[in-house]
Design a protein. Structure first.
Length: 243
């Protein structure tokens, strides 16, 4: 039996996915509102930057992993046009359903697939671009998930990983105070759930930092990897090219 971390807790590897599912089942109905409140709207700027960096072209095939309520999938769908395709996926049905409803309200229908990033149900070399925003942190075997993302990319295709990362030292104190004192209270107030937002703060601390993630992406098959710090490293965008 191997163990892994669920926030600061050590849990049986086989239990992590169930615990993560519990978090997102609980937060799904208030996910978008909480994202805006807790990041003070910053997640929109980070995603807009990701979409710019993706530079998706008409006709391209895009896979959005851990797509949740669909921010990236929606932005990419507008860019690939009718000759391209964006597949919106997530392991969690509640999150994916919330996202699909949002997309339908915006007049966009996309193929949606419930799937685990660690075992993608897609053929090799099928996509020009794969994206995963704030999802990798929650995966049990990040190396397996990254290797799967590499497998489904065409040679020369790119993986964009937008994720919380290690903040610059001068921000650390304020960021810790905000994460551990304010976030769980905000979660309790708005979503009636402090535990899920404590998990969020803890899982960010347990996630590999910028250089560690870059090395992991290189190890899992990405020939060239670069990253861009966003808002002092609160988040980072890693771009890997399958060579
Ligand atoms: C914080 S949300 C991010 C949603 C969206 N990408 C965004 O940026 O707003 C994290 C998502 O990762 C999904 N997730 C967690 N583990 C996963 C896995 N192994 N495979 C696919 N999705 C996963 C969760 O269900 C959840 O919807």
């Amino acid at each position: 039996m191997s163990s892994t971390h669920f926030g600061f807790e050590s849990v049986d590897e086989r239990d992590k996915a169930r615990r993560v599912r519990g978090v997102f089942d609980s937060v799904a109905p208030r996910y978008d509102l909480m994202n805006d409140l807790m990041s003070m709207g910053l997640h929109r700027a980070w995603k807009a930057y990701t979409v710019l960096a993706a530079n998706v072209k008409a006709g391209q095939q895009v896979l959005d992993i851990a797509g949740g309520t669909g921010d990236l999938a929606l932005a990419f769908a507008k860019r690939v046009g009718p000759s391209g395709r964006v597949i919106h996926t997530d392991i969690n049905e509640s999150m994916l359903r919330t996202g699909r409803n949002r997309l339908l309200d915006a007049g966009v229908t996309l193929p949606t697939v419930v799937c685990d990033a660690e075992k993608l149900p897609f053929p090799d070399a099928a996509f020009d671009l794969v994206s995963v925003a704030f999802g990798l942190r929650n995966m049990t075997h990040k190396d397996a998930a990254l290797a799967e993302m590499n497998r489904v990319l065409k040679p020369g295709g790119r993986l964009l990983v937008l994720e919380f990362s290690k903040v610059a030292r001068p921000l650390e104190k304020a960021y810790d105070w905000y994460s551990f004192k304010v976030l769980p209270r905000l979660g309790q107030l708005v979503a009636g759930d402090s535990g899920s937002y404590r998990y969020l703060a803890e899982s960010i601390r347990m996630h590999p930092g910028q250089d560690e993630l870059k090395a992991l992406m290189q190890k899992t098959g990405f020939g060239h990897v670069d990253y861009h710090n966003l808002t002092g490293g609160i988040a980072a965008l890693h771009v890997g090219i399958k060579c």
